[in-house]
Design a protein around this ligand. Structure first.
Ligand code: 6PG
Length: 243
């Protein structure tokens, strides 16, 4: 078995990682002091089960829905009803608005293209935060959820793409995705992900063994560049860990 990133937990399967992530979110919410919590959702397929759990019978009564605001780490620049839209995936998982109060989902606008959408979403984040500069002592997010692409990307921060070197903008357009779907993206940047009390990577399946092994070998992959004001934790199932 490869050496996993620091603060990794290996769990039996995708269901176990999703349940552990739901419990982790409740722990984060339980220790949050602010009236409002900000959770940054990851896209792709891995987190869908987590989102279904949160809105499901086992967790729905325990999540402080009235306090949590849900943001997105990235999205594809496609209509929100497109099969590749993270908005569609999240809405389906939560049961559309489901238990989320009106105004607590902050979707990335994608109807006017990547440039305009990135600027608009940066405004959304800065308005919520109350400033256009980060205060190291006051993280924007209580929890950032992230996935790991088979090429080592996270959010829509792909290897060798210019977005990796963006350290001023909070949100950037990504005109060329490094993996399918090859559509333009909009992504939070590393400084924005870093303005967090905690980061949690969810990694499932044998397809993630390679990027985990490359991280272990010391390759400079985008997922390995993510930092937080708090702890970066990894929940990895046995299939991905090669257990
Ligand atoms: C996206 C995600 C992306 C995702 C990884 C893993 O919009 O695609 O934000 O970073 O987390 O690509 O995707 P899977 O969970 O589908 O393997």
């Amino acid at each position: 078995m490869i050496a996993l990133p620091p603060n990794s937990r290996v769990l039996a399967d995708a269901e176990a990682t999703a349940r552990a992530a739901a419990d982790h979110l409740l722990d984060i919410a339980g220790t949050a002091t602010g009236e409002r919590l900000a959770v940054c959702l990851s896209g792709g397929s891995t987190p869908k089960r987590l989102y279904q759990l949160l809105a499901g019978a086992d967790y729905v009564g325990r999540v402080p829905w009235s306090r949590i605001h849900w943001f997105f780490g990235d999205d594809r620049v496609v209509p929100w009803d497109d099969a590749s839209s993270n908005v569609r995936m999240v809405r389906e998982a939560f049961g559309h608005e489901g238990p989320v109060p009106a105004g607590h989902f902050h979707f990335i606008p994608s109807d006017e293209g990547a440039e305009i959408g990135a600027r608009a979403y940066q405004r959304t984040l800065q308005d919520f935060y109350g400033s256009d500069t980060f205060d190291p002592g006051r993280p924007l997010f209580d929890l950032v959820l992230l996935g790991l692409g088979s090429d080592g990307h996270t959010a829509s921060l792909f290897p060798s793409k210019p977005a990796l070197d963006e350290h001023e903008a909070w949100v950037v357009p990504v005109p060329e995705a490094g993996m399918e779907p090859y559509v333009p993206r909009i992504s939070l940047t590393f400084p924005t992900l870093a303005s967090s009390r905690s980061v949690l990577f969810l990694v499932n399946g044998t397809g993630k063994r390679d990027p985990l092994a490359r991280l272990d070998a010391g390759e400079d992959l985008p997922a390995g560049r993510v930092v937080s004001r708090g702890v970066v934790t990894w929940f990895i199932d046995e299939a991905a860990a090669g257990a």
